[in-house]
Design a protein around this ligand. Structure first.
Ligand SMILES: [Zn+2]
Length: 401
């Protein structure tokens, strides 16, 4: 199984599937079809049923159960695209067997255990790194390889399993793909995305998210005769930002702490604009963050005159925990499978959103499992083969029950 897993993984990461946030089509880049088509071929070779490649680059397939009269369905999902922020072109994976625990030298960069303390725990393991010039794409091709290897295992061994549905999806990294997911081709009560970190982790809490735009209207007057008349929108914009809680910023928060993050500021004397993203696992606390922005605007509108500041807030996505808690079975099933293969389950909150969160709100409760990848979204990315193998075993356990 380990060899199959490694071969799958090395094949997939060498296919360029970078998504593009500037695009408004799904898939955002046609090259994502290159991997989708390889997966379709492999699913055919494995003899899966109902294989579909949609025009939006979603791959769906089913491995029918071999248990008589079994009606239980289980689903696994991974995304095929890689982050647009750093090159995923010409990925040359570097396999390090029996890692010695020391600094790994790549082209122009180093992976040192001082900078990345988790490396110490990977001594003796097989690591797959980049060559230093691209991302690796373990996010999420490790997930794709693990799902494919799980299917391979069931096809080759005939071990009893439920009806297994799998889907490979585009454009997760730019957050635009999943709304085109066709639930009618995926008739599961619940599913798992395989797109996280460690093998013993399960994520079912993500942020509630909103975005705010603050428009400031100034009064531009010749500076020579501006006394008691000018309203400098850029000054007022800075004043607005200074009224916000200093420690509720991403650089000061962690775990379950939410934040108000200034993402852009532009301005002249006549007008200025600030944009923020607001995040909190607790929906009441997210509402409080919205209130803080509105109160700051009210205060400045009293000081400088009505409608100087205009606040627009839009909700982006919600914490899936609210819904997942109504389906304890989906968490219990994964945790029981972890315990069977001697893992100690750990629930960790995601400081972001996931495709699973959107699917959960679309009616398919979908928490997230690990992949064995580390340092995603940059040239320091790597994967641990033994951990990936453990995740394959976990998926097998989940699909067996
Ligand atoms: Zn991912």
């Amino acid at each position: 199984m380990k060899n199959k897993l490694l071969t799958n993984f090395l094949n997939y990461v060498q296919v360029d599937t970078m998504s593009d946030e500037e695009s408004n089509t799904t898939p955002s880049t046609q090259k994502q079809f290159n991997l989708a088509k390889i997966l379709v071929q492999e699913l055919k070779q494995l003899g899966l049923k109902d294989i579909t490649l949609s025009e939006n680059c979603f791959v769906y397939a089913k491995l029918p159960t071999n248990i008589p009269n079994c009606k239980d369905n289980i689903g696994f999902i991974a995304h095929i695209d890689t982050i647009p922020g750093f090159s995923g072109t010409n990925v040359k994976p570097n396999v390090i067997e029996d890692y010695d625990g020391k600094t790994i030298k790549l082209k122009g960069i180093e992976l040192s255990p001082t900078q990345f303390p988790f490396l110490k725990d990977l001594k003796g393991k097989t690591l797959i790194t980049t060559d230093g010039t691209t991302i690796l794409g373990a996010d999420d091709k490790a997930g794709v390889a693990e799902i494919m290897t799980m299917l391979y295992h069931f096809v080759k061994t005939d071990e009893p399993h439920l009806n297994i549905y799998v889907a490979f999806t585009p454009d997760e990294e730019i957050g635009t793909g999943i709304e085109k997911f066709d639930l009618s081709l995926f008739p599961c009560e619940f599913a798992y995305t395989v797109d996280g970190g460690k093998a013993n982790e399960i994520n079912y809490e993500n942020f509630n998210a909103a975005a705010a735009t603050i428009n400031v209207k100034g009064l531009d007057i010749h500076p020579g005769s501006a006394k008691n008349k000018m309203l400098n929108a850029s000054e007022i914009a800075m004043e607005f930002n200074s009224l916000l809680p200093a420690f509720q910023k991403p650089e000061y928060t962690d775990g379950y702490e939410g934040f108000i993050h200034l993402t852009s500021i532009t301005g002249v004397v006549g007008n200025a604009k600030l944009t923020y993203i607001l995040r909190d696992h607790d929906s009441d606390l997210l509402e409080k963050k919205k209130e803080i922005l509105k109160e700051a605007a009210n205060f400045l509108n009293k000081k400088y005159g009505k409608n100087t500041i205009n606040v627009t807030i839009k909700d982006s996505y919600k914490n899936m925990a609210t819904i997942i808690q109504k389906y304890p079975k989906v968490i219990e099933k994964a945790q029981a499978a972890m315990q069977k293969i001697n893992l100690v389950p750990q629930a960790s909150p995601i400081r972001g959103g996931t495709d699973g969160a959107r699917l959960t709100y679309m009616g398919l409760p979908t928490p997230n499992l690990g992949t064995g990848g580390y340092n995603c979204h940059g040239p320091y990315e790597l994967a641990c083969l033994e951990e990936m193998e453990t995740i394959c075993k976990l998926l097998i356990e989940i699909a067996k029950q």
